[in-house]
Structure formats: C-alpha cells, structure tokens
Write a protein that binds this ligand. Structure first.
Ligand SMILES: [Zn+2]
Length: 435
C-alpha cells in the first residue's frame, strides 16, 4: 500500500540542519520508503492521481509529522518486571529482586515481556529500539510481529556463554532476511565478561560485520572493580583490548574522565544516555554536555522498564535535557532541538543508518509518526520544537508508520491485541512471583 500524508506540519530533522526547519506540507510513502516530502500541493495531487487504486490518504491537519524516535538502550522484556522492586540500592535490587525472577524467565516469558514493551514503545512513537537480553530470539519474534524495528543484542556473560552462542546463531538463522530485525553483539559489561569472552565478542562482531552494544562505566563501584582486576579504568580497558576498533554503542557512560571522553571521540564511539535509569538507581550523571562538545555521537535510551519505570522517550528526552542543565548549572546546554536530534538522527547514526532512519527525506525508510497538537497542554503554538520536547507526552502520538506499514492508527495498535498483551503479562508475572 502507498500512503499520502497531507497538510501536516513536517519536521524533517535533516542531518545538515543545525537549526530547526519545519513547514506545512505533504509526505508520500511508496512501499517501505519515503517517495517525497514537499510543501507543494501539486506534488500531493500528482501522487494521488498516479496511485488512485492503492493509496491511503491521512489528513494530518493539526498534527506534527516527524521521524519515529530511536530508543538506543533498553531491555524490552523487563517490562514484565515493572514495579516489582523500587527504591533500593543497585546490588540489592539486582541480587534480591531482579535476578531471582529473571532466573525463572525462559523464551515464553521473554516473548510476553517483549510484546508488552514493544506495544508501549509503538504507541509512544518509538519506531526503532536497541535491546540487550537473554533470549533475544524471542525479542526479535515480538518485534517482527509488532512491526517495530529492532536491533537485538544477544547478551554474553561468563556464566551463560553456551546460551549466548545458541541465541545469536538462532537470531542469525531465523531473522537474517528480516526487514525489521538486525543484530548487534552484546557483551553485558566488562565486570561480567572475562577477557576471553570480550575477545569472543570482538571476533564475532568482525565475523558477522556488526556493531557492539555494551553497558559501560555505569557506576563508581563498576569502575573500582575494573581497576582492581585490570589496573585501568573501564574506558582504558575497552581501548586496550581493541574493542573500540569496532563500531561501539556504549550505554550509560556515567564515570567518564576528560581523557575517557577523548578516547571515545577519537574512536567514534556512540553513547546511549539513560538519564532516568541513572537517576532512579542513583548511579550518577553522565557528563553528556562535555561529550557533545568533544564531538561524541550521544543518543537517548530509556534502559529497561524496571529501572525507569517506562519506555516513554518523550519523558526521557525532557529529563535528559533538564538533568544536564541542573548538573552543569547552565540552562543553555542540551537545547530542545539538540535533544530531538539525539532521539532521531543521532540514534540512526549509532546503528549505522544515518540518512535512512531518524529523518524524513526522499528514499529514507518510511518510519514516520504523527503527533496530535490539538491538545490544551500544547497550546498556544508558538514554538513546536519547544512543545515537542518540554510539553509532549507519549499519549499525544496518534499515528505510527514503520517500514511503510501503519502500526498505530488513532492511538490503537493495528498489529497486536492490546488487552491480551496486557493480561498475558499480568498472568505471567503473577505466576513468576508466586513460584
Ligand atoms: Zn541496561
């Protein structure tokens, strides 16, 4: 099916634009690609005349038309664990609450959690996510049936290397021809992977020609552990073992010295900034303003829903900006348009899709969202960039298109039975907690 979106306020997020550009106009989709973005009504009329038989027309009056959001670090199946433990220290949270329940989760439970998480993300306008978890084959299955774009990272940890090898092979075998699912290699973190297993991740990344997704420098405790074991800090360690020669997406990056930032900038590492998770687990504040000044590609991730506690990228964008402002005592850092770039074009760059995702342009992949601006909390319309970042909610997203398919229409998901997804999740967590 072809799609013509008319009379919307188009926010293209062109990679070359340092300042926001938007205009009232039209966007057409042919197959899974954007055919044109235009302010000229004649272009829309011609497209309709040429595709009369097979064209869905969406009147976007009063709506913002923009690229879908890219969540660059999450564990989508952890949506199942939302709220099971809050307000406790990180290691107590992991050892006594999260890991015991995760230990009972197999393929089916991960699939159920991933269905819940992908539903939440799609309805909030996230069209691509980068995941890391055991049973990524199940996350890939959930993503493909939901119709959301996924970069799954089978997770390697010392105590489960056999499962890691099985999982990446299964994803590769089953989803190598998928238009929506791609794979990254996911060494969990330096402190959970031996030097041999870190080398295995680097080798696989080379062999499969894919990037690496890793938790990095999340807490002071992690830094101390790495220093005790290897005599260097986490960033120096990644550099020494040769991992930074590969394309790396590093999540958290809270404990970063000026020299660490220089090392990441020199090696073109992309960073996933997880402001809310770092706040909730009291991990600290990533020096994002400094990283951006150094030229690092910084993106936005929610982390899993049990340390956030949602997958709402609008809320995350707002927090991402406010936390940097208050921590640097500088209201000028991370202005609204830069935040939108982090959640779109920068996210695309981190997964090697610059110019194809996170942007509305001719021939780009058709991942497009419509945000309803006819809401009291978004009036008056004086600066749509400010309204999107500082006032919008996930529930303002009205329509979501991924790879040319309408997956959310008038706030309803077209690919999933929403009440069944929620009740399955409820039944599953009730059973796991009572086992
Ligand atoms: Zn994480």
């Amino acid at each position: 099916m072809n799609i013509l979106i008319t009379n919307g306020i188009i926010l293209p997020m062109n990679v070359a634009d340092d300042s926001p550009k938007y205009f009232t106009g039209h966007l057409a989709i042919e197959g899974n690609r954007i055919a044109f973005v235009s302010s000229n009504k004649a272009d829309a009329d011609n497209f309709l005349a040429n595709h009369k038989e097979n064209c869905k027309v969406i009147d976007a009056t009063g709506q913002i038309v923009m690229p879908g959001l890219i969540n660059t670090h999450t564990h989508v199946a952890m949506s199942l664990l939302r709220g099971i433990s809050d307000d406790v220290p990180l290691m107590e949270w992991l050892n006594e609450h999260i890991w015991p329940v995760e230990g009972k989760m197999g393929y089916d439970e991960v699939l159920t959690g991933a269905r819940l998480g992908t539903l939440e993300m799609l309805k909030g306008g996230t069209t691509t996510f980068v995941d890391m978890y055991p049973y990524e084959e199940a996350v890939a299955e959930a993503a493909e049936t939901a119709g959301i774009r996924a970069y799954v990272s089978p997770c390697s940890m010392d105590f489960r290397m056999a499962h890691f090898e099985e999982d990446w092979r299964a994803v590769q075998k089953r989803f190598s021809n998928s238009e929506l699912v791609s794979m990254l290699i996911g060494p969990h973190a330096i402190y959970t992977c031996s030097p041999e297993n870190m080398q295995r991740s680097i080798e696989l990344s080379e062999e499969l020609n894919t990037g690496i997704h890793i938790h990095h420098a999340e807490t002071k405790d992690e830094e101390n552990t790495v220093r005790e074991r290897y005599g260097v800090n986490p960033t120096e360690y990644l550099n020494n073992v040769g991992m930074l020669k590969r394309p790396v997406l590093a999540a958290h990056c809270v404990c970063m010295s000026d020299n660490d930032i220089k090392i990441f900038a020199e090696n073109n590492v992309s960073v996933a900034y997880n402001a809310q998770s770092n706040m909730k687990l009291a991990s600290g504040i990533a020096p994002v303003a400094k990283m951006i000044d150094a030229g690092i590609n910084v993106t936005i991730g929610t982390d899993g829903a049990s340390s956030n506690n949602d997958l709402d990228m609008w809320d995350e964008m707002r927090t991402a900006s406010l936390l940097q402002k208050v921590s640097t005592l500088n209201p000028c850092v991370l202005p609204a348009y830069q935040i939108l770039q982090m959640a779109t074009v920068n996210g695309a760059k981190a997964i090697g899709k610059e110019g194809e995702l996170g942007i509305l342009a001719e021939n780009a992949l058709a991942d497009v969202i419509l945000v309803d601006f006819e809401k009291p909390h978004l009036y008056p319309h004086t600066n749509i960039i400010s309204e999107l970042v500082y006032s919008c909610h996930a529930s303002d997203v009205n329509t979501v298109i991924v790879n040319g398919n309408i997956v959310v229409e008038n706030r309803s998901c077209t690919t999933m039975d929403e009440s069944k997804v929620c009740s399955d999740a409820q039944n599953t967590i009730d059973r796991l907690l009572n086992q």
